[in-house]
Design a binder for this molecule. Structure first.
Ligand SMILES: C[S@@+](CC[C@H](N)C(=O)[O-])C[C@H]1O[C@@H](n2cnc3c(N)ncnc32)[C@H](O)[C@@H]1O
Length: 265
């Protein structure tokens, strides 16, 4: 494996503003050809009775999952928590005013929440940003009331490996297939053991997601937001290198999305 993992440590370049994450998410959503919307699946995995209570969406990002949960669960209290002030500001704009959600800027390794005070914790696509995800799960266990539930979502370590091969073949980053998985600390293969260290694991659900990037421009829009590769941020230059390989046919990439449902003992 090559290089350090840019998903660990400082993430200012990734999450310091909301534009880069918006570009990444929009390009990925536009490519989706198979796989259910993640927020919808999360909202179905937890017993609706439990969600009338106190819900915290950890690592909420731009708040799209939080907004869905506000509407489908209509919880008594909803907190959107993230380390990035810029993403919290974007989440504030997205959340329905009637949800009266609290936005909290904090690090998930030390949640500013009282012991046994939360009914449901949601953490989607964020624990792989921790070098010590067990510590974060221990925090969830501390904050959840007895019987309270957590839904954690992550991806397989080999997600989008087809793009690694494309990036290398295009000469954009010859080491792309050897670079470490962005999801190495918390992925579909190790997440269950991590969660079970502090919570009772109730269910693991795996969904295959398939993405069809339609042409060189679309693929470049996504790739230039991927911190895994040593790439220029010049989208047009990246698209020029991809065009001879994928022309107008595009490229297909896959990822397994894993949902882990757990309860506090
Ligand atoms: C890929 S985004 C996920 C956003 C959202 N949960 C979703 O599913 O769309 C990862 C989020 O984790 C947040 N994050 C990363 N490290 C964090 C930490 N130590 N404490 C709190 N949030 C963190 C980032 O700021 C970012 O908003």
């Amino acid at each position: 494996m090559t290089g350090t993992n840019p998903f660990l440590g400082a993430q200012e370049a990734l999450y310091g503003g909301s534009d880069r994450l918006a570009q990444r998410t929009t390009a990925l959503h536009a490519a989706k050809v198979r796989g259910r919307p993640v927020a919808e699946v999360i909202s179905e995995l937890v017993d609706p009775g439990g969600t009338r209570g106190i819900v915290v969406d950890v690592g909420c990002g731009r708040g799209s999952t939080t907004a869905h949960l506000a509407r489908s669960w209509n919880p008594r209290s909803l907190t959107a928590l993230d380390r990035s002030p810029a993403l919290l500001a974007a989440a504030r704009r997205r959340l329905p005013p009637e949800a009266q959600a609290s936005l909290v800027c904090a690090d998930f390794h030390a949640l500013p929440l009282a012991e046994s005070s939360v009914d449901v914790v949601v953490a989607a696509f964020c624990l792989y940003h921790s070098p010590h995800p067990r510590q974060v799960v221990a925090e969830f266990a501390r904050c959840l009331r007895r019987g309270g539930q957590a839904v954690l979502v992550t991806k397989s370590a080999d997600s989008y490996r087809e793009l690694d091969e494309l990036v290398a073949a295009a000469g954009l980053d010859p080491h792309a297939p050897q670079r470490r998985s962005l999801y190495e600390t918390f992925h579909s293969g190790n997440a269950a053991a991590t969660v079970a260290a502090h919570l009772d694991l109730c269910a693991v659900v795996d969904h295959q997601h398939v993405f069809g990037f339609r042409d060189a421009e679309h693929t470049a829009r996504y790739l230039t937001t991927t911190p895994k590769y040593a790439l220029t941020s010049d989208q047009a230059a990246v698209a020029d290198r991809l065009r001879p390989l994928i022309g107008q046919t595009g490229v297909t990439a896959t990822s397994t999305v894993s949902y882990l449902v757990a309860r506090r003992r």
